[in-house]
Write a protein that binds this ligand. Structure first.
Ligand SMILES: Cc1cc2nc3c(=O)[nH]c(=O)nc-3n(C[C@H](O)[C@H](O)[C@H](O)COP(=O)(O)OP(=O)(O)OC[C@H]3O[C@@H](n4cnc5c(N)ncnc54)[C@H](O)[C@@H]3O)c2cc1C
Length: 579
């Protein structure tokens, strides 16, 4: 059983000296933390919010090589991303799965010259990709997947075969091409599993969410405990700044008085919609559709846990702050949908969730945001202690980025690597069968041994992988009734609070569970979750009411979920699908 947040906080206060502090518990900070913990470093990971609570909970949920980056000439990035994609399919098969991806094509020749100019880095604007450009790109993509290719090679189809499979595409479509990438069902859960793996491997390692860095005094960082409001200091030999879009802000906070560190990051906001739209799910025929909007930006939509995930926008932001999916972005995304599926309409109530995040991209002057590199680098500010800043990156490449940062960190603190992570299974991926037949047998075993329904067993396997049996065993003998409108039970929420560091309603309902993103969150579920959190964490009635109000305000402001919508959702109206 991992140590709780409160135990780790007490441990830290009792011995406030570490070898490295990783500031920022997004996926890249978590990855660096895991790498260092595995090598036996006394490392502390902190996030002022929740783990994976910012950009890392807002991706398109693709684990991909980045076909589009070939146009930027970023062959090395695509090769690395494909290698990491394949590693994730092996190491986290409970959360990362193959995704057949189809590109509808309307022209033969367009995009070729642009593609070539892009490779030569002579072009900045997007252009529609024709059949030949897509063919060249996918052939290179297959080639870069390497000899150990884990996915089928791409296929091309003519108009008739395309419309037979996707009759709702525009009749003007002339070809389509299908290749394979992957998708991640619960990215925030993978983040927590990596944290737990790091803590399990490194008894000296500490990971504490809701603990922010607010200042520095020489080798000491000032930490502020968000729930308690208490501040204290920790001494460190090294700082890793993994604060994503806030990297520059954090460096300014950490910089000695009178100095101004360089600016590394220029963020762009990206937003997504989740649609409850059975006709659109059917129209997708199990594929992601990867297409160009009228402005040449690549958009995506794919079946996601019974709904459709649709996005995204790419808008420069000067300050990361709190971002939300604005109404004009909803219009943009829905317009893009009408371009690819002109006969499908979306009613406002079919948008069951919207979300937004800021991509922490390397600072760039590119006129078209899609041309800004998604590559990653570790920048170094010398000093005592030195500061390593993690700049850029994607979800897909978190392991490679964390490895790169950790290798430099180890050099700086005079230690050597003893454990690699390319083949290391993650959390419930350790022991979870990679193939469908094996997974079906695993789920059958859960039904027999834990005495649960098939739906519940599928739900548990899809969330916790090989750890599903342990979670169900925890729930046995407690109040294990489902939370309103879902397959999650009261006991399961208690498990997530005790074992996965959930401290707020948002931690519990937006990241440890997929209740919010799948459009199942309702007023009754929030009330039940608040009561469980209050009981587990010893909140006063006033604190519980305040947390409830804070959470609902956030749902309204950032995710389009008003109190009326939440109250109108009637969990007894339909059978609760377990996802
Ligand atoms: C719209 C969109 C779509 C994307 N789609 C994909 C995709 O499909 N596939 C893919 O591979 N990648 C995708 N990405 C990219 C990927 O999500 C990001 O690269 C990645 O999540 C960045 O992680 P991070 O850890 O660097 O930053 P973050 O996740 O933002 O983490 C930074 C953390 O630092 C914390 N922090 C800030 N200041 C402090 C402080 N003073 N003290 C303590 N903590 C602090 C914040 O609370 C935050 O949790 C997408 C990104 C966006 C926005």
């Amino acid at each position: 059983m991992p140590r709780t947040r409160e135990q780790m906080l007490a441990e830290l206060k009792a011995g406030p000296k570490v070898q490295a502090i990783v500031v920022g518990g997004g996926i890249n900070g978590i990855s660096t933390f895991r790498e260092l913990a595995l090598q036996g470093v006394r490392v502390l990971l902190v996030d002022r919010g929740d783990f994976c609570g910012a950009c890392s909970s807002a991706p398109s949920r693709m684990i991909h090589g980045g076909l589009r980056y070939l146009e930027n000439g970023e062959v090395a990035l695509v090769r690395e991303s494909l290698r990491e994609r394949d590693a994730l399919l092996r190491n986290a098969p409970h959360l990362v799965r193959p995704l057949p991806t189809t590109v509808p094509i309307h022209h033969i020749f367009s995009g070729l010259l642009n593609g070539a100019l892009g490779v030569l880095r002579l072009r900045n604007e997007p252009a529609e990709r024709g059949a030949l450009a897509v063919k060249v790109g996918l052939s290179l993509y297959d080639l870069l997947s390497g000899r150990r290719r884990s996915m089928p090679a791409h296929v091309f189809r003519g108009r008739e075969a395309t419309l037979a499979l996707w009759p709702d595409l525009p009749q003007a479509v002339r070809y389509s091409a299908t290749y394979h990438d992957a998708w991640i069902s619960h990215p925030e859960r993978l983040g927590i599993e990596l944290v737990r793996d790091g803590l399990g491997a490194g008894p000296d390692a500490l990971a504490i969410n809701h603990l922010g860095v607010t200042g520095r005094r020489g080798r000491h960082l000032l930490l502020a405990d968000a729930p308690g409001g208490e501040t204290f200091e920790v001494e460190t030999d090294l700082i890793v700044n993994a604060t994503g879009a806030w990297v520059d802000e954090t460096n300014a906070t950490l910089a000695p008085a009178g100095t101004s560190p360089p600016s590394y990051v220029g963020g762009t906001r990206g937003s997504h919609l989740i649609l409850d739209h059975p006709a659109l799910v059917a129209a997708l025929n199990g594929h992601m559709i990867y297409f160009e909007n009228v402005d040449g930006r690549v958009c995506i939509l794919f079946p996601y846990l019974g709904k459709v995930l649709l996005g995204s926008t790419d808008i420069r932001v000067d300050r990361p702050g709190e971002v939300r999916c604005e109404d004009h972005e909803v219009d943009y995304i829905l317009k893009s949908l009408s371009y690819v599926f002109p006969r499908i309409t979306v009613r406002p109530e079919q948008i069951v969730y919207r979300y937004s995040g800021v991509r922490p991209l390397p600072r760039s002057d590119a006129g078209f945001t899609g041309r800004i590199s998604r590559d990653h680098l570790v920048a170094e500010l010398p000093g005592d202690p030195p500061v390593l800043s993690l700049v850029g990156g994607k979800w897909t490449t978190f392991r490679a980025f964390g490895e790169q940062a950790a290798d430099r960190a180890l050099e700086l603190i005079g230690m050597t690597r003893r454990i690699g992570t390319v083949e290391r299974r993650i959390g419930g991926g350790d022991g979870y069968p990679p193939d469908e037949a094996g997974q079906a047998a695993f789920i059958g075993g859960l039904v027999r041994e834990a005495g649960v329904s098939l739906d519940r067993a599928k739900h548990a396997a899809g969330h916790y992988g090989a750890d599903a049996g342990a979670v169900l065993a925890f729930c046995r003998g407690m109040d294990d009734a489902p939370i309103a409108g879902s397959c999650y039970t009261a006991a399961e929420l208690r498990y997530l609070i005790r074992h996965e560091f959930a401290r707020t309603l948002s931690d519990l309902l937006q990241r440890r569970t997929s209740l919010a993103i799948t459009g199942k969150l309702c007023a009754a579920a929030i009330e039940q979750a608040a009561a469980i959190l209050a009981d587990e964490l010893g909140w006063s009635p006033e604190a519980a009411v305040a947390e409830d109000a804070r959470f609902r305000a956030r749902l309204d402001r950032d995710h389009g979920l008003t109190d009326d919508i939440l109250s109108d959702r009637n969990p007894t109206a339909g059978s609760p699908a377990c996802v």
